[in-house]
Design a protein around this ligand. Structure first.
Ligand code: HEM
Ligand code: HEM
Length: 162
């Protein structure tokens, strides 16, 4: 495997790691508004609550396009492995990949419920029910993220070893 192959294969893990860290911060910051404790709370305790929520909504809208980009780089890496590095077709799929795609569906759902809350707020109707759904889906998303990241590191070791 030469340097170019190495870079193509590692682009997805690198971007995905940054995305994972960002998603964790995104989630823990908005959680801290309610829990009022932890490292994220000390970061935002002096900020205006409405500003933190507005930033959550603004950044949250980027989650779906970003995770789709992360998956696109994985597909490109797998195409390269199949076409140029003689990988078998079966080797292109893994539990990590399937869970990663599930995570993208959950991200889509988070965006949908998040946007619905915003319209409910604008219509001045109650957003309590949607908030409960959004919160629980966010917790599930975090658990899934941890599993995907862990399996991703194992997959990187498996693919890079000669
Ligand atoms: C993957 C992306 C997202 C994650 C992981 C996420 C996660 C969360 C979490 C954990 C909460 C706290 C719920 C609670 O404890 O009360 C929350 C609240 C909220 N989220 Fe998101 N969210 C995401 C995307 C979005 C998007 C795209 C929007 C809107 C465009 C949005 C709008 C909101 C709103 C309005 C609240 C309620 C804030 C409040 O009034 O306390 N979220 N989100
Ligand atoms: C948001 C997080 C992630 C998502 C949505 C995701 C998704 C995917 C998908 C759909 C595939 C293609 C199917 C497959 O090869 O099984 C894949 C491949 C792969 N993933 Fe991830 N992944 C994520 C994070 C990570 C992380 C953190 C690592 C390692 C540090 C990683 C390492 C890999 C590797 C090595 C491959 C094989 C293709 C390549 O060499 O780039 N992934 N991932």
């Amino acid at each position: 495997m030469d340097a170019v192959d190495f870079v193509i294969l590692l682009l997805h893990p690198l971007i995905a790691t940054v995305f994972g860290i960002w998603l964790y911060r995104h989630w823990s910051t908005i959680k801290a508004i309610r829990l009022k404790r932890g490292g994220a709370w000390s970061r935002i305790r002096n900020q205006n609550r409405d500003d933190v929520i507005a930033e959550h909504e603004r950044q949250g809208r980027w989650a779906l396009p970003t995770i789709l980009g992360v998956i696109l780089f994985a597909i490109l890496a797998n195409l390269h492995r199949y076409v140029n590095l003689d990988a078998e077709f079966d080797e292109l799929f893994s539990l990590h990949g399937w869970l990663g795609i599930t995570l993208a569906f959950l991200t889509f759902y988070m965006t949908r419920t998040g946007k619905r809350m915003v319209s409910q707020r604008e219509e001045k109707s109650s957003m309590a029910k949607m908030k409960g759904i959004h919160r629980r889906a966010g917790d599930l998303m975090l658990a899934l993220l941890v599993a995907v990241m862990f399996l991703g590191f194992l997959r990187a070791i498996q693919i890079i070893q000669p």
